[in-house]
Design a protein around this ligand. Sequence first.
Ligand code: GDP
Ligand code: MG
Length: 439
Amino acid sequence: LTERLQSAMSKLRRKGKVSASDVKEMMREIRLALLEADVNFKVVKDFVKRVSDRAVGVEVLESLTPAQQIVKIVNEELTATLGSDVVALNKAPKIPTIVMMVGLQGAGKTTFTGKLANYLKKNEQARPLMIAGDVYRPAAIDQLKVLGQQLDVPVFDMGTEVSPVTIVEKGLEQARANKNDLVLIDTAGRLHIDDLLMNELKEIKELANPNDILLVVDAMTGQDAVNVAESFNEQLDITGVVVTKLDGDTRGGAALSIRAVTGKPIKFVGSGEKLTDLEIFYPDRMASRILGMGDMLTLIEKAQQDYDEKKAEELAQKMKENSFDFNDFIEQLEQVMNMGPLEDLVKMIPGMSGVPGLDNVKMDPKDIERKKAMVFSMTPAERENPELLNPSRRRRLAAGSGNSVVEVNRMIKQFNEAKKMMHQMSKGNMNIPGMDQMF
Ligand code: GDP
Ligand code: MG
C-alpha cells in the first residue's frame, strides 16, 4: 500500500497545479493500492469517492498548492476511515470493570490479555484479575498463568473440566471478594467461526455483562480479518477491536476496513510478542503510517518517554558546543538501549523504512556492557577529554577493563563517530554516514 501511494503522492507533490486527469490518475493509484493491501472493495469505493469529490473541489478553487491539498485530503479521509478519535476502554461505574476478549484461535487473545493487564496496572494502577476461560486446551490455561506470574497478576482458573460460563461466574465472585477493580476474561477461539463457539461466548456475555467486548484480530489475515470482524460483531455486538501483529503487516489494510465495515473503534494495536508491545490506536498516526509519512508522533512519544528531558537539553547544548565526551557516550548508549530495538525506531523515521542495511542495525547488551567497562576504566579527566588517550593509556585501559587494545581502539573510533554525528545533528543534518556502524 505504502509504496504505491507514496509514488502517486510524490508525483503529485512535484506538480504546482493539478489537472482533472492528474486527480483521476491519482485516484486510480489509490484504488489499486488499497485493493492490493486487501482493503475491502466497498471501503475502497467509498474512500475513493470521498477523496475525489473533495479533490475536484480543490481544482475549482485553484488557490493554494493543489498537490499538497490533495495529499492532505487523502490523509484526512484516511484518518476519518480509521475512526478519527482515540476511543478509550469503557469504565464500569462500580468496580470491577469487566473486559472480555473474543476472537479466532491464534489471533492473540491470551497475549493481549496479558498486555492489557500490564498496561492498566502500570498506567492506571489497576488491580486486575485474569480469568482463564479457554478450557479446550490445557496449554492455554498455563499460558495465561505464566503471564500472570510474570506480571504478578492473579489468574483465576478451574482447569479444563468445568464449563467456561461457570469459570467466569466463579471468577467474578472472587474478583468481587478481593475487590479487584478490573477483570479480564480470556476466552477460547476456534480456527473458524461456528455456532458452538458463538453460543458459548453469548452465554459468557450474558452472565458477565462486560463493559467491553474486544474482538482480537490478526492483521496479517487481511481480508479474512474483515469477515471475522463482521460475524463477531453481528453475533456479539462487540464494543471494540484490537488489531494484533501489526508488526508483521505494514500494509495496514485490515485495520482500515475493519473500522469501516463494523463501525466499531479500534482501541489497541499489538506490535510484537512482548508484553510491552501494546499501543493505543491513534487513527491519525495510523493514517500517516499507511501513507508512508512515517509515524513521527509515535517516534517522538517513544523517545520522550525514555529520554529524560533535562539530559536531552544538556546533550543538545553539548552538541552545539561540540563537547560531547565519554560520559555522554555511555549515557547515549544506555538511552538508546532503553528505547527498545533500534530497528523499530529507525523504521519510524520518514524515508528510512526502505534503506538497505538497516535490518542489521542491532544492539547487543553485552557489547554495551563491554564499552561501559572500558569507559569506567578511564580517569575522570580522560572521560572528559578524549585527547588524553595516547597509546600507553589505551593499553592500560585495555588491561584495566579486560579487553584487547584493538577493542579499545574500536570503541574510541565509535565514540569519535558518535561525536561527529551529534555535531552534524546539531546542525540539522539528519543524513548521517556510518550510522549503521554506530552501535
Ligand atoms: P490466542 O489463541 O488468540 O489466545 O492467541 P495467542 O495469544 O496465544 O497468540 C498466538 C501467537 O501470536 C503467539 O505466538 C503470540 O506470541 C503471537 N502474537 C500475539 N500478538 C502478537 C503481536 O502483536 N505481534 C506478533 N508478532 N505476534 C503476536
Ligand atoms: Mg488463547
